[in-house]
Design a protein around this ligand. Structure first.
Ligand code: NDP
Length: 395
């Protein structure tokens, strides 16, 4: 029998379950590329329920306990005295979400002698030291595509919020003002601007597709160029490198994974190659942007504004400068954990567990590391290495 430790974000401060705003969510049958949404044998939750917090348990307890497995769910994940670190010692499987990541560093992997499977309930497994996982024959899997569209919608919201100066205008309403000039002194139309994505993957393509009707000029860069048909349909300009992309665009949205290659990609040097008054949206990973360079650029006006939902570490400390820098539109890491997304990645996590526990293969598109090497989606999109550095100091 397996011992499974699942690290989830804390419950809502008011109560669980919450008072839901809607009775149901639309049923999505397929992803935009035609691939199927998760197909576990069954689910023990109602789609639309809050599953990603401790009491939600990703809807997995009944399934796992009926089979005799031990299932431990906690949000206590930092430091040697945390429930996570203590239970990890004899755990066979770890489940974690990028929103509240259980950092699986080399040191933690060394202590987890029985660990064989690390599941990311969502997308983005950079909280796992992939090099160490490969070395120790730990399979790493994530629920590819489960929340890609959710993130792309958040990006569209943030692009419009920044360009049209929505948040400060909203604040004037709360302050009981009618300060039109204060609201519009930084407000522009998106129409005609050049928007570029770093990467041309699932989220990037969904963002580009959703922004096309705004009559913007669309650009992207990626390690592999998209098929000509896709470029034509969306009217995309391809850039060989990120330097060329940022110089051509007014708005940059980042959608590559965090790998040793992309860590700190947006440093002062690259930001200074952007047009003055550009916007950056980062829903990929906090560490892709140099924390201090972003603050400096928002203060100097090199960036008109910065928004996103990814930080390092997570949860972000109270004194993280992105909370207080000027002209930001940050949210906590929420774009990929809407109730709609949770239903898909909870089902996908169950599908992965069912396969693993029955000795059946996990879908290739869910694999990041397997048999000591990058595999599946991981082989295409990731670079082997470690990006968990700095998480050890998190308390
Ligand atoms: P995909 O795997 O579909 O896309 C990732 C793309 O990044 C691939 O096209 C890959 O290129 C490209 N890429 C990799 N390295 C580079 C590089 N150095 N420069 C340019 N492009 C690069 O993943 P998704 O679009 O679904 O997700 C992307 C990322 O978004 C995730 O890795 C995760 O970090 C983040 N994410 C955030 C969420 C949130 O809640 N904020 C939720 C979900 C994901 P190629 O394959 O051609 O090599």
């Amino acid at each position: 029998m397996a011992k499974i430790i699942c690290v989830l974000y804390p419950d809502p401060i008011d109560s669980y379950p919450p008072n839901y705003a809607r009775e149901q969510i639309p049923k999505i049958e397929k992803y935009p590329d035609g691939s199927s949404v998760p197909t576990p044998s069954q689910i023990d939750f109602k789609p639309g329920e809050l599953l990603g917090c401790v009491s939600g348990e990703l809807g997995l307890r009944k399934f796992l306990e009926d089979k005799g497995h031990t299932f431990i769910v906690t949000s206590d994940k930092e430091g040697p005295d945390s429930v996570f670190e203590k239970e990890l010692a004899d755990a066979d499987i770890v489940i974690s979400q990028p929103f509240w990541p259980a950092y699986l560093t080399e040191e933690r992997i060394a202590k987890a002698k029985k660990l064989k499977l690390a599941i990311t309930a969502g997308i983005g497994s950079d909280h796992v030291d992939l090099q160490s996982a490969a070395k120790n024959d730990i399979t790493v899997a994530e629920v590819t595509y489960s929340n890609s569209i959710s993130v792309s919608e958040h990006v569209v919201m943030m692009v419009l919020s920044l360009v049209r100066n929505y948040i400060p205008s909203y604040e004037w309403v709360i302050k009981k003002g009618w300060n039109i000039a204060d609201c519009v002194e930084r407000s522009y139309d998106l129409e005609g601007m050049s928007v570029g994505t770093v990467a041309g993957g699932r989220i990037a393509q969904a963002v580009l597709k959703r922004l096309k009707p705004f009559d913007v000029k669309l650009h992207y860069t990626d390690r592999h160029r998209l098929p000509e048909k896709v470029e034509k349909e969306l009217g995309l300009t391809f850039h060989e490198n990120v330097e060329s992309l940022v110089a051509a665009c007014d708005i940059i949205s980042i959608h590559c994974p965090l790998t040793p290659e992309t860590e700190n990609l947006f440093n002062e040097k690259l930001i200074n190659k952007m047009k003055r008054g550009s916007y950056i949206i980062n829903t990929a990973r906090g560490k892709i942007c140099d924390k201090d360079a972003i603050v400096k650029a928002c203060e100097s006006g090199q960036l008109a504004a910065y928004a996103g939902d990814v930080w390092f570490p997570q949860p972000a400390p109270a004194d993280h400068p992105w909370r207080t820098m000027p002209h930001h539109g940050m949210t906590p890491h929420i774009s990929g954990t809407s109730l709609s997304a949770q239903a898909r990645y909870a089902a996908g996590t169950r599908e992965i567990l069912e396969c693993w526990l029955d000795g059946r293969p996990i879908r290739d598109e869910y694999l990041i590391v397997a048999n000591g090497d990058l595999a599946g989606v991981g082989k295409h999109s990731y670079t082997v290495g470690n990006t968990t550095g700095g998480s050890e100091g998190v308390k």
